[in-house]
Design a binder for this molecule. Structure first.
Ligand code: C2E
Ligand code: MG
Ligand code: MG
Length: 590
């Protein structure tokens, strides 16, 4: 080698040796061919027992996606990933050492890869400072909780979504409190606001808690230090947590679980404990199609949140694309339901509930159950199963419930006039949870009774087990209704959570044994025993029993033999429009 060549070579080596960026050359499997001193000092904190022999092994704990990106890179050369942010575990690094690395990977040719790493600590700190400064502005702050607001989340999300690197992942957690409206109505606006501030504090505290929801070895950038995590209030009782720099969906799910758990504990507001639990929708950034914008991300996370609520609340659900379609379908039903209410497409049918007299005779005028129907102009007759759930979610159930109750009471009084002693003596109306949440509901029921001239004791309201076993507030409402003289029935008994042993806790007069038991009343010994036990426990508590869904004579005989007081089902009659019901009663009571 010529002298000047040796000098040039030496200069090049010195250049690479002193370069303030880390350079690593590897084969396609990540085996390290060469690395400069900066690379070894930057990567050393990540090295496991195997040292720095293999780049992918070194990155495995903190950026496992890099190997995947390299493996799936089909081109002969080009950029595999750019400026991927890798937080380092501070527990294992010296003070003043880098906190965050930036890593890019290039394919040099079909055999070799080159990784470039730099210390991105300062850059990250500057970004955080800018973020903090931006968040402090009034336009991006929620006046009540002093948390960042929706505009701030949107802005931060846009930044995250525009980021060039294709490896770091974020998660957006969308929180909504279960039955907050009910709590707000009960506490009053001022205390409701205080509760929101308390919830905001609890969320921040949860974020500040060290090491939560993170994989071992991965470092959470401290929220208090102004991190790329963000807690914001984006609407009434809607909060958002943006978690940035995650690697596994696991981390996001763990964070969601932790939040649901922490927020399930009672909250202190003005010296009293308030129970208010959260449902969380998780949008996982790795699943984002390239076109996703901030609004779409928030919408998808909130769709998952609605699914969490549908699942019973106080839980988290991870967004999936199929949910978008379901949400659109629900929105469609909601819009059509509004029209249905405005254009009188809803009507009520009545199914007879007969008395099963001990002497074997049948009392056809014992009662009826009001069941709502929807005569859709295109879809035809829509069963309640297809729209009650949506109506509950979008708040239309209040209107539907009022409509059914008023119609049922009106029809009931008309039958009294038309049929006299042969008219039904009791009318059952189904109730949903949201209706009981209306603070003025008891007053509304009294008003309808007064308006129609109906005696409270002729009305039976049916609630499901999950509803009856609800919180104190619901129990209170049920007791208010009982105090009016209204009867309460526990619907679909046997399908929910409560057992025979907790029946005495529920303020009901009647237990309706679910069809799934009754349909096996004549064939399954197991079901016979269950029905018998239910009748015994109910009667020991002074409660009545109704067997639902009797379809055959054999079933009717079986439930009679178990001493069920009443029966209902297609065997006696399908639900009927009011005129047909009158005819049915005339025929049987003549
Ligand atoms: P539910 O209160 O348990 O009502 C009984 C359901 O069982 C009715 O279904 C009835 O048609 C059906 N059924 C009665 N006898 C038989 C039988 O022998 N065999 C079979 N296979 N089914 C029978 P429907 O009308 O479709 O109502 C379903 C549910 O929708 C009701 O269950 C109730 O929970 C809810 N629902 C109906 N109307 C209203 C309403 O006005 N408000 C509310 N909140 N919910 C309602
Ligand atoms: Mg019912
Ligand atoms: Mg039922």
């Amino acid at each position: 080698m010529q002298v000047e060549n040796i000098d040039a070579y030496e200069a090049l080596v010195q250049f690479l040796y002193r370069a303030p960026i880390g350079l690593v050359q590897t084969d396609l499997a990540g085996a390290v061919d060469m690395l400069n001193p900066m690379a070894s000092s930057l990567l050393m904190p990540l090295a496991t027992d195997a040292g720095l022999d293999n780049l992918f092994a070194v990155l495995d704990a903190v950026a496992p996606q890099v190997k995947g990106l390299a493996d799936s890179f089909g081109e002969p050369s080009g950029v595999v990933c750019e400026a991927l942010r890798v937080p380092l575990d501070q527990a294992h690094t010296a003070p003043g050492a880098p906190q965050v690395l930036s890593i890019s990977l290039m394919k040099l040719d079909p055999q070799r890869l080159m990784a470039v790493s730099t210390d991105a600590t300062l850059e990250m700190q500057r970004e955080q400072e800018t973020l903090r400064r931006r968040l402090r502005s009034a336009a991006r702050t929620d006046a009540l909780t002093r948390l960042p607001n929706r505009a701030a989340v949107r802005e931060q999300l846009e930044t995250v979504l525009k980021r060039p690197e294709n490896g770091t992942v974020f998660a957006l957690l969308f929180l909504n409190f279960d039955r907050f409206r009910q709590i707000n109505d009960t506490l009053g606006q001022a205390l409701g606001d205080q509760l929101l501030v308390t919830l905001a504090d609890e969320l921040l505290a949860a974020m500040a808690e060290r090491g939560w929801g993170m994989l071992p070895g991965a470092r959470r950038i401290d929220a208090a230090a102004g991190s790329s995590h963000l807690v914001a209030r984006v609407g009434g009782d809607e909060f958002v947590v943006l978690l940035d720099g995650l690697r596994h969906l696991d981390e996001a799910e763990r964070a969601a679980l932790r939040l649901v758990d922490l927020l399930s504990r009672p909250h202190m507001v003005a010296g009293r404990e308030v129970a208010c639990r959260a449902s969380v929708g998780v949008f996982w950034g790795a699943g984002a199609d390239g076109a996703a914008d901030a609004d779409a991300v928030m919408r998808d996370a909130s769709i998952a949140m609605v699914e969490a609520k549908r699942g019973g609340g106080a839980r988290h659900v991870v967004f999936e694309a199929a949910m978008r379609e379901r949400a659109a379908r629900r929105a469609d039903i909601e819009a059509q339901l509004r029209t249905a209410l405005a254009e009188d497409q809803l009507f009520v049918v009545y199914q007879p509930v007969v008395g099963l007299n001990p002497d074997g005779s049948t009392d056809h005028a014992a009662g009826v159950e009001a069941l709502v129907r929807w005569q859709h102009p295109v879809r035809g007759l829509v069963p309640p199963f297809d729209f009650i759930g949506v109506a509950e979610e979008c708040g239309l159930i209040d209107q539907i419930g009022d409509f059914v109750l008023l119609r049922a009471c009106t029809d009931f009084m008309r039958w009294q006039a038309e049929l006299g002693a042969n008219a039904p003596r009791l009318i059952a109306v189904n109730l949903s949870r949201a209706q009981l949440a209306q603070p003025d509901w008891t007053a509304k029921v009294s008003a309808i009774l007064a308006q129609t001239g109906m005696a409270a004791s002729s009305l039976q309201l049916e609630v499901t087990e999950s509803l009856a076993a609800q919180d104190e507030q619901t129990q209170l409402r049920l007791h208010e209704l009982k105090a009016l003289g209204i009867k309460l029935a526990l619907d679909d008994f046997g399908t929910g959570y409560s057992s025979l042993s907790s029946l005495h806790l529920l303020p009901v007069d009647t237990v309706k044994i679910d069809r799934s038991f009754v349909c096996k009343a004549d064939t399954s010994h197991h079901h016979q025993v269950l029905i018998e036990a239910t009748v015994k426990v109910a009667s020991s508590l002074g409660m009545n029993t109704v067997a639902e869904g009797i379809e055959t004579e054999a079933q009717a005989l079986a439930v009679r033999a178990q001493h069920c007081a009443k029966g209902q089902g297609y065997f006696y009659s399908r639900p009927l429009p009011t005129d047909a019901l009158v005819a049915w009663l005339r025929e049987r009571t003549a």
